[in-house]
Ligand binder design. Structure first.
Ligand code: FES
Length: 159
């Protein structure tokens, strides 16, 4: 097993910040045109030294293990970052703890970056999806990709 695979496996053994955040201030949802996976991120802000910083972040993903591993690490990394700092963070930085992503997996990190950008009100490079809170991620997926819904792997929803 490669170093990368081992790190993904280790992260998935204890994923952080997985699940819907009831009191979130903003939500970002994106879908990957490459593989059809989707990822939603919730952010909660607080004031610190007169700046708006991320108090906590959580995510839900119906997707591959790499996206979940990156989202787990990224949501930890985002705590305490100002919104300006978070806006600057790209897929490479968010997934840095996993090492360089294999070429086939680069878009998995971009999905996490996209959900973050969308939650911060920025234009994500990947396709944004309806953030409506009345839609669960599962509903968004079935609306966005009715033909693929049978193939999507459902991961743990509850924290
Ligand atoms: Fe598409 Fe990882 S998000 S394979």
């Amino acid at each position: 097993m490669s170093d990368f695979e081992q790190k993904v496996r280790d992260t998935l053994a204890n994923p952080q910040n997985q699940g819907e955040m009831e009191d979130a201030d903003s939500i970002g949802t994106v879908g990957s045109p490459d593989c059809g996976d989707m990822l939603r991120m919730w952010l909660k802000f607080k004031e610190k030294d007169g700046k708006k910083v991320i108090d906590k972040a959580s995510f839900q993903s119906f997707g591959c293990q790499t996206a979940i591993a990156v989202a787990s690490m990224a949501t930890e990394m985002l705590k305490g970052k100002t919104t300006e700092e978070a806006e600057q963070m790209g897929a490479e930085e968010l997934s840095a703890d996993l090492g360089a992503l294999p070429p086939m997996k680069i878009h998995c990190g971009q999905l996490v970056e996209g959900a973050l950008k969308n939650a911060l009100g920025k234009e994500p490079a990947v396709a944004p999806v309806d953030n409506s809170s009345s839609n669960t991620l599962a509903q968004s997926i079935s609306q966005a990709q009715p033909k693929q819904s049978g193939k999507i792997k459902i991961v743990k929803l509850d924290q």
